[in-house]
Design a protein around this ligand. Structure first.
Ligand code: ADP
Length: 268
């Protein structure tokens, strides 16, 4: 029987990192890679777990994340940054920027970011979601990050007819480009990019500028539904601040600072 594509013996020779993924776990199936790492308290910083199938994959707000077996890159990274809790957003930014760069290395496609944490690609003028990022954090009594788990669900070789039916249209690299992508080198590229961005952040460099540069909705009319607010906020997505907040200008000229919500683009 061939060894699974994402198993440790096939991934280790491809790794170009110094610390990320050197502790590596592959499970053919798991409930959720984020939950698995959250429960394993003793694993070292930089541990990566990958799976071929999640039976209880999660998005934000406990929404479901779905992908057919062995067609996606589903992995999570355990990180223990000695950072203040406000800096957790850096991890989401790092994942977005790093995975976007890794995808652009291996597939002929341009990747944008949909605020705050989705990777999107343009297909015939319409944005489609190709990857989601999910950050789980725990914070200690001093307001510093303790354990953080960064989860990535990237639709790689999901055939067009098997894509989940979602309100924001989903796609995969295969469906968007017409070409399958080998998952092991893509995973290795993701880990190399994440390590590079994380090391830069450890030296004090914010990932904000690289993240902000990729946000595709800046300057566009948007509708934002916010937790606890019934009516969506309509306006132009003007800019972001370094803490990740989105600034939206409404029709009355009022500027709103949005820290959480679901953004969709509106037609002009
Ligand atoms: P968002 O950040 O856009 O709110 P989440 O991170 O919450 O998205 O992810 C969950 C949502 O993503 C689900 O509600 C579903 O609509 C959508 N979704 C689930 N699986 C996939 C997938 N494989 N590809 C794209 N979108 C998906």
């Amino acid at each position: 029987m061939p060894i699974p594509e994402l198993s440790e013996p096939s991934i280790q020779p491809l790794l170009q990192t110094s610390w990320l993924g050197r502790s590596y776990i592959f499970l053919p199936e798991v409930g959720s890679t984020n939950d698995y790492l959250r429960e394993q308290k003793l694993l070292p910083h930089g541990t990566v777990i990958a799976t071929d199938y999640q039976s209880a994959g999660r998005g934000r707000l406990d929404r479901r994340w779905e992908a057919p077996p062995a067609t996606a890159l589903l992995f999570s990274i355990l990180l223990r940054p000695d950072w203040p809790a406000e800096r957790a957003i850096w991890l989401t930014m790092i994942a977005g920027v790093a995975v976007a760069a890794a995808v652009e290395e291996v597939a002929t496609i341009t990747v944008g970011l949909k605020w705050p944490n989705d990777l999107v690609v343009d297909i015939d003028g319409e944005w489609h979601k190709v990857c989601g990022v999910l950050l789980d954090t725990s914070i200690d009594a001093n307001g510093r990050l303790e354990t953080t788990v960064l989860g990535v669900g990237l639709n790689v070789n999901i055939p067009a007819e098997s894509l989940p039916q979602t309100s924001f249209p989903a796609t995969s690299l295969l469906a968007a480009t017409g070409w399958p992508v080998s998952r092991p080198p893509l995973l290795a590229a993701c880990l190399r990019q994440v390590e590079q961005q994380y090391d830069a952040a450890e030296r004090g460099r914010s990932p904000w500028a690289l993240w902000n540069e990729r946000l595709m909705m800046l300057g566009q009319p948007v509708a934002i539904s916010r937790p606890g607010e019934e009516a969506p906020l309509l306006g132009i997505a003007e800019a972001t601040e370094e803490d990740g907040a989105l600034l939206v200008l409404d029709a009355n000229g009022r500027l709103h600072r949005v820290v959480a919500g679901d953004v969709s683009l509106r037609l002009r």
